[in-house]
Design a protein around this ligand. Structure first.
Ligand code: CMP
Length: 142
């Protein structure tokens, strides 16, 4: 394993996180950890964006529910930059199912569900770049 790299990743606070008033809490956690916020916006995903975001889940039994859910209300999307950002952010958000996510993680502290699990994050640097291109226009990036 080589040295840690400064990376960027994308995080999306899902409709349940926005509705429940967790935007500030979640952004605070990433800021206090030391990440730089490189872009930030509230938006509602189009069907096309949702299908692109979740292309790897197409055909799974929960795919329709997933796409319906992520387009059901506003989300907050942000690009975070820092050392080993993809892995560190995934550690901070916890396991997919909020019931199984460790206490102290975002899902572990705020979710009891696998579908309404508060937050999404890219799972590799390549996915991060792809998902950024789905959610942000080039002129929105710093
Ligand atoms: P996310 O990190 O956004 O990536 C894909 C999402 O699919 C995941 O979080 C969950 O919210 C959702 N998901 C995964 N497995 C299931 C499942 N078995 N039932 C419903 N939703 C699921």
């Amino acid at each position: 394993m080589g040295a840690y790299m400064v990376e960027r990743t994308i995080v999306i606070i899902k409709p349940d996180g926005v509705k429940r008033g967790l935007i500030g809490e979640i952004i605070s956690r990433f800021e206090r950890k030391g990440f730089k916020i490189k872009a930030l916006k509230m938006t509602k995903l189009s069907l096309e964006q949702a299908e692109k975001l979740y292309d790897i889940h197409k055909g799974k039994h929960f795919y329709d529910e997933l796409v319906n859910y992520i387009t059901s209300g506003p989300v907050v999307a942000m690009i975070l930059e820092g050392s080993d950002a993809v892995n560190v952010v995934r550690l901070m958000i916890g396991a997919t199912d909020g019931r199984k996510a460790a206490p102290g993680t975002i899902r572990g502290d705020y979710s009891l569900s696998i579908s309404e699990n508060v937050i999404h994050a890219a799972d590799s640097p390549e996915r991060a770049e792809y998902e950024i291109s789905v959610l942000f226009r080039p002129e929105e990036l710093l």
